[in-house]
Write a protein that binds this ligand. Structure first.
Ligand code: LRH
Length: 491
């Protein structure tokens, strides 16, 4: 038997088949496609029907390769959702979380309900685009969509509904709404009430690895495929990525490195201590009822936005990283998590402005700007890793880095230098692999998450980076903390 995973990342999506053969995990990419949000009338939306079209293409291609597909599951980034009307139709293209409609909304909600109240009930970090604030933004805008809404589904839930006709929510993604209570393991009615969302809009929450339905009959006919069952996986891509970390022991630190850098560890119960609250850590739902104690770090988004601003010149990763190597080290630092970097109009100017305002040397060339980004990210990783250790009471000999960002080997090396610890980088496709192993576990082919990680370890390449020039990085770390004064945004 085989399973089919759809992983919808920032910029692109992929369909990957997975199966176990002769004791090894095998995978095959069957379809790749763009996942680009669309700006319409000044608003930033998911191109959701296009994505559904790509899912169909993915199923068609997968079935051509293998006729033994016994499950399909989808993961995507967190927090975004679609609203359905009473006829089951989607009422509007879902917003992308970087749409500006949530600007300033989190502050209003937390003032009204109380930050502590929200954290104690959810254990989730305060990110301005969490579902709860997106909903509040729609309420404030008197959105006609809300008047017609009968059901609210997160993106993978919505796409799964399009595939099956069944409406269910999935646990890992549900937690990211900041409306889910991990103690009752259900939607939090007080919080729903506080933002005016009727309980009936929220679907039953099911665990990763649950069979939800099978392909609708019209789809079977359209795609010329049988009634393939559709499951939940870890539908939050970060949950899937952490499932895909090839860790050897059950206590490990990870960094899922892509548009975002998500750093943390896997724990059994949410950590909602005063420090976790103060440091804005989160407890997102994981596989096998674990939690991801982690922190969002703004990540390679900052670099990608610079590339976008510089388009027209040679902005290949290779060219820019080469220019970075020529730029002098440790000239200026940013706190990547300052909210000014969330969606600025012009990222390079924003970085320059930050350096100017914090009395540092202003990076001028592309190489200098890229160096500033990469060194600052590595320094921030150290800051967050040390806090992760304090919060979890664990100590880590090194860090597992997974996700597309590890193609940038400079960043992996910088990270090892900044941490003064080993970094193990791989696999790039952790989310797709985690999605697959959750499905194979549900099918009884893999025992549990520990065995799944063994299979992944045997199937992928992991590159080790040991720290270099640690003394210099250690000294500069203090300067990074001082100059960035850590604490103006997601910090
Ligand atoms: C990473 C991610 C992250 C969320 C963000 C919205 O893709 O899912 O975990 O915080 O996107």
């Amino acid at each position: 038997m085989s399973v089919l995973a759809f992983d919808l990342g920032a910029g692109s999506g992929r369909a990957v088949l997975g199966w176990i053969e002769a004791g090894r995990l095998e995978t095959m990419d069957v379809h790749r496609f763009k996942n680009e949000p669309v700006r319409v009338n000044g608003r930033f939306h998911w191109d959701i029907y296009r994505i559904f079209h790509e899912l169909k293409e993915g199923i068609r291609s997968a079935y051509e390769e293998r006729q033994d597909i016994e499950s399909i599951a989808i993961d995507s980034w967190a927090v975004d959702f679609g609203c359905l009307g009473q006829d089951g139709e989607l009422l509007r293209h879902p917003y992308h979380y970087r749409d500006a409609h949530t600007d300033g909304v989190m502050e209003q909600v937390t003032e009204r309900i109380g930050k502590k109240f929200i954290f104690e009930r959810t254990g989730i970090q305060f990110l301005p685009f969490n579902t709860i604030y997106q909903l509040e933004a729609m309420v404030k805008a008197d959105s006609p969509v809300l008047k017609e809404t009968r059901m609210l589904l997160m993106i993978p839930d919505l796409l799964r509904y399009f595939l099956t006709g069944e409406m269910k929510s999935e646990f890992t993604n549900a937690t990211t709404t900041q409306l889910f209570n991990p103690r009752t393991m259900d939607w939090d009615e007080e919080l729903l009430k506080a933002v005016g969302v009727p309980r009936e809009w929220m679907a039953e929450v099911v665990m990763p690895g649950t069979r939800v339905g099978e392909l609708r009959e019209d789809l079977q006919h359209e795609l010329q495929v049988p009634a393939i069952p559709v499951y939940t996986s870890a539908e939050h891509d970060t949950g899937a990525a952490v499932a895909g970390v090839p860790a050897e022991s059950s206590s490990f630190a990870y960094l899922s490195c892509g548009t975002w850098s998500l750093m943390g560890t896997e724990i059994e119960e949410p950590a909602t201590t005063p420090e976790a609250f103060e440091w804005n850590f989160t407890n997102e739902g994981g596989i096998e009822r674990t939690f991801r104690l982690l922190k969002n770090i703004m990540g390679l988004w900052i670099f990608e936005e610079c590339r976008r601003a510089w388009r027209g010149d040679d902005v290949s990763h290779e060219a820019l990283l080469e220019q970075m190597e020529e730029a002098p080290a440790f000239q200026s630092f940013i706190d990547p998590d300052d909210l000014q970097f969330l969606h600025p109009a012009d990222m390079p100017s924003q970085i320059q402005q930050y350096c100017r305002e914090t009395g540092q040397k202003v990076p001028e060339t592309k190489g200098e700007i890229v160096r500033c980004i990469m060194e600052s990210l590595a320094m921030k990783y150290r800051h967050v890793l040390e806090r992760t250790e304090q919060l979890s009471g664990q100590s880590f000999s090194g860090l597992y880095m997974v996700g597309g960002g590890i193609k940038n080997t400079h960043l992996s090396q910088f990270t090892a230098n900044a941490l003064g610890r080993n970094v193990w980088a791989g696999p790039k496709e952790a989310s797709a692999l985690g999605n697959i192993t959750v499905q194979l576990t549900a099918a009884g082919k893999i025992k549990d998450r520990h065995e799944a990680r063994k299979y992944i370890r045997a199937a992928v390449e992991v590159n080790a980076f040991s720290p270099k020039e640690h003394t210099a990085w250690n000294t500069e770390y203090e300067s990074f903390c001082k100059k960035t004064g850590l604490g103006n945004g997601l910090s």
